[in-house]
Design a protein around this ligand. Structure first.
Ligand code: C2E
Ligand code: MG
Ligand code: MG
Ligand code: MG
Length: 278
């Protein structure tokens, strides 16, 4: 019986694997069409000052609505884009569309907030990547200082000096750089010191656990102190409760993002928010 079960399991597993491989190819093809056919969109999640709730910046999050499957999470399709090389096109689109939207806001007399754009480390490894980021900024006459690129800590780990140089190029062009999901990797302090950063972004996992786990709370406290001593900005992601807000404030964190304040907003809702806040 054990043998039969084993064989079945084996068979099932195999089938599963080929389904997975096939699904991935189908998704990859659909994503290719979406990127080239302008079927992606952007969401905007405000960043707020913890004390007052004032919106001081916004993070751009890409959205893909599959014609049949509906919305697919970027946590699913970004890795597909990275493996298939589509990430370059996707990143270009996000950058150009963001610049276009900023220009529209400017023209509509709305406040132009600083924007954060997520960058895959694969994008940093492309030759001429800085030019691809700079071109739309120039084209729309925007200030590079308005932009912050968020790169995940785990993405940067085990990368070569070339990636650090790429980040330096971004800083030299006047852009800001944030280390996203900070605390989930194992960056050493000496590695951190080499990175030309503007901001540390505390990972949501620590924010979730911090109110009932002393270790998570210590980690948050330590990251805030670290940012201060390295003269970096610090922001907490994934704040969902008042308790978390209060605790972060007590620990000296001044900035946050999370559902407690705003979920990622459609372009329409984001414009509405900008219009209301004058
Ligand atoms: P991230 O940059 O760390 O973005 C934060 C994610 O957490 C977003 O998920 C956001 O919708 C979600 N989030 C924000 N506040 C809360 C909260 O209070 N509670 C909970 N449960 N979630 C919250 P999303 O939009 O699904 O994006 C997932 C990841 O995909 C991002 O993580 C980022 O790494 C990547 N990503 C998104 N857009 C882009 C893009 O344009 N380019 C690249 N390369 N990566 C992107
Ligand atoms: Mg991010
Ligand atoms: Mg993050
Ligand atoms: Mg994250």
């Amino acid at each position: 019986e054990a043998k039969a079960a084993g064989r079945n399991t084996f068979c099932f597993y195999n089938q599963d694997m080929s389904h997975q491989a096939r699904d991935r190819l189908v998704l990859e093809q659909a994503l290719r069409e979406a990127v080239l056919g302008n079927a992606l969109s952007l969401n905007f999640q405000p960043k707020v000052l913890l004390e007052t709730g004032e919106v001081f910046a916004v993070e751009v999050l890409v959205r893909w609505r599959h014609p049949v499957l509906g919305f697919i999470s970027p946590a699913v399709f970004i890795p597909i884009a990275e493996r298939s090389g589509l990430i370059a096109e996707l990143g270009n689109w996000v950058m150009q569309e963001t610049c276009r939207q900023l220009e529209m806001m400017k023209c509509s007399g709305l406040k132009v907030l600083p924007v954060a754009i997520n960058l895959s480390v694969y994008e940093l490894e492309r030759p001429g990547f800085a030019k691809h980021l700079m071109d739309p900024v120039k084209k729309f006459g925007l200030d590079p200082g308005l932009f912050e690129f968020e790169v995940t800590e785990t993405g940067l780990m085990s990368r070569e000096e070339a990636v650090i140089d790429a980040l330096k190029q971004l800083r030299e062009a006047g852009f800001n750089v944030a280390l996203d999901d900070f605390g989930t990797g194992y960056s050493s302090l000496s590695y951190l010191r080499k990175l030309p950063l503007s901001t540390l972004k505390i990972d949501r996992a620590f924010v979730i656990d911090m109110t009932n786990d002393k270790v998570a709370a210590s980690i948050v406290r330590t990251v805030i102190a670290l940012a201060e001593s390295l003269e970096l900005e610090v922001i907490a992601e994934g704040v969902e409760t008042l308790e978390q807000q209060t605790m972060l404030l007590n620990l000296g964190c001044k900035k946050a993002q999370g559902y407690l304040f705003y979920k990622p907003l459609s372009l329409e809702d984001f414009y509405q928010l900008l219009a209301e806040s004058g």
